[in-house]
Design a protein around this ligand. Structure first.
Ligand SMILES: NC(=O)c1ccc[n+]([C@@H]2O[C@H](COP(=O)([O-])OP(=O)(O)OC[C@H]3O[C@@H](n4cnc5c(N)ncnc54)[C@H](OP(=O)(O)O)[C@@H]3O)[C@@H](O)[C@H]2O)c1
Length: 204
């Protein structure tokens, strides 16, 4: 079944950018030879990002002068950018500027994704709104060996043990990848696991 996923890199202490919205600390890290993003993105049929993240991508990848960089990264996969402002679109990219309630947009994204996954690219401000409405199924974290002490948080709300279940652990270069099922998916997994345990006959 298709999922709505938050795939992001983070510092050990849960920041996705430093105080000045820089990711320089991240690009210094050895990512090994098997960065899993390509495989992940092959399963994505629609994605979304907040305005601050979009502005960072625009600048970092020089997209207004070199729009082909967007196509090289994301092809024609449709992207929704949440903003209250008139941000410049990447020429010829499949990008929709949108504002307001994430539930309405999520419905449109699921339809557009045609059975593939929906990726929430970040940041924590935007993704927290999806979490608030129970619309996030999975978090995939690439944890970099960096402690920032401050910055843009992974999420701006709590998710505690009842909301999360660890489903994957992987080492790639200097990154530790952790995958968690979230919310109802996590609760269902926990319930099924508990049920299976009670069915195991006692050895005593
Ligand atoms: N480590 C990583 O892999 C990674 C991944 C993603 C992002 N990042 C970084 O994280 C930082 C940004 O994170 P963030 O959480 O501060 O910001 P964000 O979620 O990217 O963007 C927040 C902004 O989006 C707009 N917005 C959010 N929800 C909206 C809604 N429902 N309707 C309309 N507009 C809405 C608002 O901007 P306006 O009102 O001004 O339009 C809001 O201030 C950036 O530095 C980015 O580069 C890092």
């Amino acid at each position: 079944m298709a999922k709505t996923q938050y795939y992001t890199a983070t510092s050990i202490d849960g920041f996705i950018a430093d105080k000045s919205n820089s990711l320089d600390w991240l690009f210094e890290v050895d990512e090994g030879t098997a960065n899993p993003f390509g495989e992940f993105f092959a399963g994505v049929g629609a994605f979304a990002m907040g305005a601050t993240t979009y502005e960072w991508v625009l600048k970092n990848d020089n997209l207004l002068e070199e729009p082909e960089n967007w196509h090289d990264m994301y092809g024609d996969v449709p992207c929704w950018v949440f903003t209250h402002r008139d941000l410049p679109p990447v020429p010829d990219a499949n990008v929709f500027m949108i504002s307001g309630d994430v539930r309405r947009v999520h419905e449109a994204m699921v339809v557009a994704a045609q059975g593939k996954n929906v990726w929430l690219a970040g940041g924590g401000n935007l993704v927290s709104q999806f979490v608030d409405h129970g619309l996030l199924d999975e978090i995939i974290l690439g944890i970099a060996p960096a402690i920032l002490g401050d910055g843009a948080p992974l999420l701006r709300r709590k998710l505690l043990v009842d909301d999360l279940i660890l489903t994957g652990v992987r080492e790639v270069g200097q990154f530790a990848y952790l995958t968690y099922a979230v919310g109802d998916v996590a609760r269902l997994g926990r319930h099924l696991a508990a049920e299976a345990v009670t069915r195991i006959p006692s050895l005593g």
